[in-house]
Design a protein around this ligand. Structure first.
Ligand code: COA
Length: 269
């Protein structure tokens, strides 16, 4: 059986130039690699240059396209502006943004400091806005702009220990819908992906420590965690011509987790 990415033609994203925040690791590393595999030029952005360099080398070896790695904190609009400018200079244009940079940890609301709450809002939500806002001119100029915001399903219900990330991701989904409405007239589509539990990521190592993994698996109708390539496949589809009439939509990719009735006592967290 073909893998999730094997169903696309090799030039599905040819001619596109994407900037992927959080692209050094995890889900967004997988999206960046998939975009490169299908012909897009990619700039990956995160805080650590050494992580970006290692990832860029691996993506280049796997795909034959060398990503630009640009260290910037999405909380800093000037820094993200420089990453956008560097991408445009390096590749000649910019038509796609993937907002995946995120921070998270488990904390009871009553123990969370205001700065802890603010920090996650600042990375996930303000970082998403900063990047969208900074890229607006380039996306408009491209005539075929696309923004993909990575959120979550945490805020579909109350999720214990996740008030900060839930609030941030609810905001990210609002940004997706709002910009789809405001920027459609500029030729910019804006979509989201809400991943469920995805295996082998920093997020899951932080959020499902110890024996929580099997407990979460038991609540997923698909009976397993998702794979990074399954999120990447959704990201390729949404950027591709196949989704040209799709905007303002947040695609849940979670093996049915969020539509299953949670056990008494709430969600797995
Ligand atoms: N529990 C409770 N509060 C926490 C915390 C935890 N595990 N980790 C950080 N915080 C609080 C800090 O105490 C601090 O608040 P304070 O000043 O009132 O003490 C605030 O969050 C900021 O922490 P700091 O470490 O200074 O922020 P940072 O910008 O260096 O790091 C984080 C950002 C907090 C998100 C950090 O966890 C991080 O960098 N994570 C890496 C990326 C990541 O989370 N990936 C997973 C994606 S799902």
């Amino acid at each position: 059986m073909p893998g999730p990415l094997d169903v696309f033609r090799p030039d599905a994203l040819a001619g596109h130039v994407a900037l992927v925040t959080g692209g050094g690791t995890g889900i967004c590393r997988g999206i960046a690699a998939a975009y490169a595999r299908f012909g897009a030029d990619v700039c990956i952005v995160s805080r650590k240059q050494d992580v970006l360099d290692a990832t860029a080398k691996e993506i280049a070896a796997a795909t034959g396209r060398t990503p630009l790695g640009f260290a910037a904190d999405v909380r800093d609009p000037d820094a993200i502006g420089k990453a956008i400018a560097a991408t445009r200079t390096h590749f000649g244009k910019l038509d796609t943004i993937v907002n995946g940079a995120a921070g998270n940890f488990l904390s009871p609301a009553a123990a969370l400091s205001p700065n802890g709450f603010r920090t996650v809002i600042d990375i996930d939500l303000n970082g998403t806005f900063n990047t969208c806002r900074g890229a607006f001119e380039a996306l408009q100029q491209s005539g075929n702009g696309f923004i993909l915001n990575i959120s979550a399903t945490l805020h579909y219900h109350g999720t214990p220990l996740q008030i900060h990330a839930s609030a941030a991701k609810a905001g990210v989904d609002a940004v997706t819908k709002n910009l789809a409405v405001e920027w459609g007239r500029f030729g910019i589509r804006v979509c989201g992906i809400a991943p469920g539990p995805i295996g082998d990521t920093e997020g899951m190592r932080r959020l499902a420590p110890g024996d929580l993994g099997p407990k979460i698996t038991a609540q997923i109708p698909a009976g397993r965690f998702g794979a990074v390539d399954e999120i990447a496949a959704a990201a390729v589809y949404l950027r591709s011509a196949a989704a040209a009439y799709v905007t303002g939509h947040i695609l849940v990719v979670d093996g049915g987790h969020c539509v299953a009735t949670p056990p008494l006592g709430g969600s797995s967290l």
